[in-house]
Design a protein around this ligand. Structure first.
Ligand code: ADP
Ligand code: ASP
Ligand code: MG
Length: 293
């Protein structure tokens, strides 16, 4: 079993979603078994934080930003699915409900003029929940049997909102239980989010979908965790800043830990630990250049 995680830019537009679905079909043709973890559509987490801040400040502009965000998700459904498909109906229904509940929460924040770390985690959780649900429906319509996993039901954390600490014992037990029940489907999980024992929504820190993939990979003793992003692996420097940066073919867990701690955003630092503990390779892949090894 492989764990494949697709980050924000990989799920940024319906076109990039279609290309990642092709990658998944290629994997299936090659006989690989895998589960997938998705981030929110690109920039959606930032937008959700901004929405909450605007609502908190009583800036009515949040309504417009909210409508644009909803439209972006509904348009993704229109492009990826056809109205006569059951997946279309399921996606429309689920996403509309999510946006209705998000609207109510933002309204509440605007009335109170207050947003706590706890409410903010709940607000941002919609990013991953919407993206993973839509993509799961699109995968299913393309002929891949999928089951959606809201990771809040399996990843148990403490109540340190914004960057919660994972209870590995409980999370491993729950992850293993869920995957055991769904051996004949491709599990499509939300990155970034978890929940406390009381059922409160938490997040694992910005960039935390990488960590979700490693947590699931470690629980399942996966063959590898593949982080699909927009660069050809870990480079000597951030290619957005250093044009001459080149790919490092491989590195130790320790080197990866150091690079990520010193700011290589390509991998979220806590991701390394669960992979290292179970000796699971972490592979960085490029959704926009899948042939790159
Ligand atoms: P995703 O949305 O897929 O999680 P991120 O933006 O979090 O993607 O991480 C990928 C980005 O990390 C790249 O686009 C690149 O600009 C940046 N980056 C920073 N340092 C490095 C590095 N040493 N090697 C590769 N990418 C890096
Ligand atoms: N969507 C979250 C963020 O932007 C998590 C992630 O992308 O890994 O931080
Ligand atoms: Mg990232």
């Amino acid at each position: 079993m492989l764990v494949l995680k697709f980050g924000g830019t990989s799920v940024g537009t319906p076109a990039t979603i279609q290309s990642l679905i092709r990658i998944l079909h290629d994997y299936r043709t090659q006989g690989k078994s895998f589960t997938v973890v998705f981030s929110a559509f690109s920039k959606v987490t930032d937008t959700l934080i901004e929405l909450a801040r605007q609502a908190e400040q009583g800036d009515a502009g949040w309504h417009h930003a909210f409508e644009r965000l909803q439209t972006r998700h509904l348009e993704a459904i229109e492009t990826l699915l056809k109205p006569d498909m059951p997946e279309y109906t399921a996606a429309r229904h689920h996403i509309s409900e999510n946006f209705e509940s998000l609207r109510n929460i933002l309204h509440g924040i605007s009335l109170l003029h207050e947003v706590s770390a706890r409410s903010l985690d709940f607000v941002v959780s919609f990013g991953e929940r919407n993206a993973a649900f839509i993509i799961a429906q699109a995968m299913s319509a393309s002929g891949l049997a999928t089951v959606f996993l809201d990771a809040r039901t399996v990843i148990r954390t403490d109540a340190h909102f914004g960057s919660a600490k994972v209870d590995f014992e409980e999370s491993n037990r729950r992850i293993q239980g869920f995957y055991k029940e769904h051996q004949n489907e491709i599990v499509v999980a939300t990155g970034f989010i978890g929940s406390t024992a009381e059922g409160l929504t938490t997040t694992l820190g910005r960039g935390g979908s990488d960590y979700t993939a490693a947590i699931i990979g470690a629980a399942l003793q996966a063959e590898a965790v593949e982080i699909w992003t927009d660069v050809d692996g870990v480079l000597t420097a951030d290619p957005r800043k250093v044009k001459q940066a080149f790919t490092l073919p491989s590195m130790t867990y320790r080197e990866a830990m150091e690079m990520s701690h010193f700011g290589a955003k390509v991998i979220y630092p806590p991701t390394i630990q669960p992979a290292y503990a179970k000796n699971i390779p972490l592979v960085i892949k490029n959704t926009f250049n899948p042939a790159f090894q």
